[in-house]
Design a protein around this ligand. Structure first.
Ligand SMILES: *Cc1c(COP(=O)(O)O)cnc(C)c1O
Length: 346
């Protein structure tokens, strides 16, 4: 039978993520919420410098960088970006330099936000840090990192930019096409049936990659993307477009239908990287029932979106729902003041 993913092996890949990651039940949280059976895919345990979803995505970017004989990696992201931290770790492990640009995306942050968590790790990993003042100017941030790359080229280096904005080949999403296969293999082996997958929808690499992989492999499990940066109206077309880009990259049909792209922005307010009450509650519940640590920017909001779906009776009582834990825990320490305030007020 012809491989539905085309000649997937044409993409060079660096071994960075520890896989397969565990797929675990969350019986205590399920019981506490009184709804469906909840499960978690532990992609926080991918290993590289505290793990997370970016280790899977970086396997393909770093494979490409090595194939192109790059000697310096460039990436742009939020101040507390997990992608930046994991890219700095991957570069260090492979023996490449790493230049990172940190964008001011979150308003009114304190000194800890700029020093602790991922920023501390970026420095420990030896990355060269630059600052970009406007976190919502995606094109401007890309242009500025392009200028840094030009300067490096002029001094004889071979830079490789990891591009996250739309319109670039979605190599990172391939990491989640692979993860879709991994999840289906795990479900096959255990005989478990999953009725819905709930995952973060940020740059869309994870959401679109997973969705594309599932549909390509013949699975119709619904995937709900929980918006962490943009509203549903902004995010849905980005996910749809990313799926088309994946099919173009792989040279396959676009297996994802318009109805397959489902997003919710119920947990987004007041905006990217900004805490709200439902996210803090979700983080507390996961920690106190399962010993599971979520992060304030992504997985806390995704869990808040999932809890909202349970409470609004979106599931049958006997349903099984899979939450994708995409990592991000180092950012907890950048939100120390806000979280402590909430926890101490109990
Ligand atoms: C980057 C990130 C996401 C979002 O993934 P995308 O592929 O950018 O959509 C979710 N969770 C964590 C912890 C992340 O670092």
């Amino acid at each position: 039978m012809e491989n539905p993913l085309g000649s997937f092996d044409q993409f060079p890949r660096a071994a960075l993520a520890v896989t397969p990651t565990p797929l675990e039940a969350m019986p205590n949280l399920s019981k506490k919420l009184g709804g469906p059976q909840l499960h978690v895919k532990r992609d926080d345990l991918t290993g590289l410098a505290f793990g997370g979803n970016k280790a899977r995505q970086l396997e393909f970017y770093m494979g490409d960088a090595i194939a192109k004989k790059a000697d310096v990696i460039l990436i742009t992201g939020a101040v507390q970006s997990n992608f930046v931290r994991t890219a700095a770790a991957a570069a260090a492990k492979i023996g490449l330099a790493c230049h990172v640009q940190l964008e001011e995306r979150v308003p009114d942050v304190d000194a800890t936000h700029r020093m602790s968590g991922n920023v501390l790790l970026d420095k420990l990993l030896g990355a060269h840090l630059y600052s970009y003042p406007d976190g919502e100017d995606e094109a401007g941030a890309d242009r500025h990192i392009g200028e840094i790359a030009e300067d490096l080229r002029a001094s004889g280096k071979t830079p490789y930019i990891i591009p996250l904005s739309p319109g670039h080949p979605p190599l990172g999403a391939l990491g989640y096409v692979v993860a879709a296969q991994e999840i289906l293999d795990q479900l096959n082996a255990s005989g478990q049936v999953i009725d819905e997958i709930v995952v973060a929808s940020g740059s869309t690499s994870t959401h679109a990659g997973l969705l594309f992989g599932l549909r390509a492999l013949g699975s119709s499990i619904p995937v709900i993307g929980v918006c962490v940066r943009r509203t549903s109206a902004q995010q849905a077309p980005r996910v749809r477009a990313r799926c088309t880009e994946i099919s173009a990259l792989l040279g396959t049909p676009d297996y994802v239908g318009a109805d397959d792209v489902v997003v919710t922005d119920v947990a987004l307010a007041p905006g990217y990287g900004q805490l709200n009450a439902m996210t803090i509650e979700a983080m507390q519940l996961a920690a106190r029932t399962e010993g599971l640590i979520l992060d304030p920017v992504y997985t806390g909001k995704v869990m808040a979106g999932l809890i909202d779906r349970v409470r609004s009776h979106s599931y049958r009582a006997d349903a099984n729902v899979l939450f994708i834990h995409t990592g991000g825990q180092p950012a907890l320490f950048a939100y120390e003041a806000l979280l402590s305030k909430a926890l101490d007020a109990e």
